[in-house]
Design a protein around this ligand. Structure first.
Ligand code: MN
Length: 363
């Protein structure tokens, strides 16, 4: 009965999940191969989910699989994960689709503005946990669980239901995918996340995990953090950080993660200019925040946004990269965010006073 005890405990939908994993595999019976896609700038949750489902398909159906990368992976930890676990990724621009190929989207939904996959490519399945609803019409298999913290937890349940053995490399990827999504709050998400972490940890490569978590950071990271600190403004329980030159889109999330630890705020937004886009990352320290819904409402038709309770991301396409045009968008964004958080319009107080910045330069 060892296998049975390995099933994630506390999941009241075990039978339903079994049916889901079986239904997922049954629908792939006639395809020649299975390709996995996700959102742009793959993160650990999407990487782990793709790897897990690919392993499930290879093991149970013995069909060829491929993992497709949309955009670059810049974040140091995510690059370390790909390198260390030797994850083979095919760039989306190099992909040609076969007629009898099944395409599975994980950790994202179609038409949410989070990927560059052609809308004409038919999807067989969408497996996701995001609050932001996409266009799911006509997709044969949909497993959308907004109350689960990580797509990797859903994928772990498929693997355990099918009693597939988890090699250390896969356990490491799934574990890290869940860990990064939960950001230290496993019990706020779902019993399935917590039980998946418990199941995966003994199987994961702990040295590998340590190397991924502590990946060496490039010069650009420190330059961006300094830029962000010098341009952060506090409005009541909100801090906004404007970055004029964001070298990589993922850095906005790293700045927001850093700022939300500040004990005088409950909300942190980083907005960085990256090419002709303003990349947004929002965090809240309140357990019942609705960061995803809030950012979507704030951004509105200016761009696209979405996410989860505590974390959200978004993008606004800039009409021009002239400083005045950027300032207009920043002003509108700030006004909308203050309104959404019921904070009176006020002059932001600098996180680091100008006087201190100048003094630091002189010493
Ligand atoms: Mn995710």
């Amino acid at each position: 009965m060892a296998r049975r005890s390995a099933e994630p405990a506390g999941n009241g939908h075990a039978t339903l999940t079994r049916r889901r994993s079986e239904r997922f595999l049954a629908g792939l019976a006639d395809c020649s191969c299975v390709s996995f896609v996700s959102h742009v700038h793959l993160d650990p949750d999407s990487l782990g989910s793709m790897l897990g489902l690919a392993h499930l398909v290879e093991t149970c159906l013995d069909k060829p699989v491929r993992l497709i990368r949309d955009g670059l992976i810049n974040r140091a930890e995510n690059r370390a994960m790909v390198e260390l676990l030797d994850i083979d990724l095919v760039p989306l621009e190099e992909v040609t689709w076969a007629a009898d190929e099944a395409v599975v989207m994980v950790d994202s939904q179609p038409n949410t503005g989070r990927h560059t996959l052609d809308a004409d490519v038919p999807l067989y399945a969408v497996i996701d946990h995001h609050e932001t609803l996409g266009d799911l019409a006509g997709i044969p298999f949909v497993d959308l669980r907004r109350n689960v913290g990580a797509t990797c937890s859903i994928v772990t349940s498929y693997l355990t239901e099918q009693e597939v053995e988890l090699p250390p490399r896969l356990a490491t990827a799934l574990y890290y995918g869940i860990e990064t999504e939960l950001n230290g709050h496993p019990r706020e998400s779902n019993a399935l996340d917590d039980s998946s972490l418990n199941l995966l940890y003994p199987l994961a490569d702990k040295d590998g995990l340590a190397q991924i978590r502590n990946a060496r950071l490039p010069h650009a990271y420190f330059q961006t953090v300094l830029q962000a600190m010098q341009s952060s403004f506090i409005y009541d329980r909100l801090i906004i950080s404007w970055v004029d030159e964001l070298p990589q889109p993922e850095l906005a999330a790293q700045v927001a993660d850093f700022l939300i630890r500040f004990d005088e705020v409950d909300w942190a937004l980083c907005a960085g200019v990256c090419g002709n886009r303003l990349v947004l990352s929002l965090r809240t320290a309140t357990a019942q925040g609705c960061a995803g819904d809030l950012l979507q409402q704030v951004v509105g038709k200016l761009g696209s946004a979405g996410g989860h309770h505590r974390r959200a991301g978004g993008v606004i396409k800039l009409p021009s990269t002239a400083p005045s045009a950027i300032e207009d968008v920043q002003g509108e964004l700030r006004r909308r965010l203050l309104k959404a958080l019921h904070i009176d319009e006020c002059r932001g107080q600098r996180l680091v006073a100008l006087r201190d910045m100048l003094q630091n330069l002189q010493t």
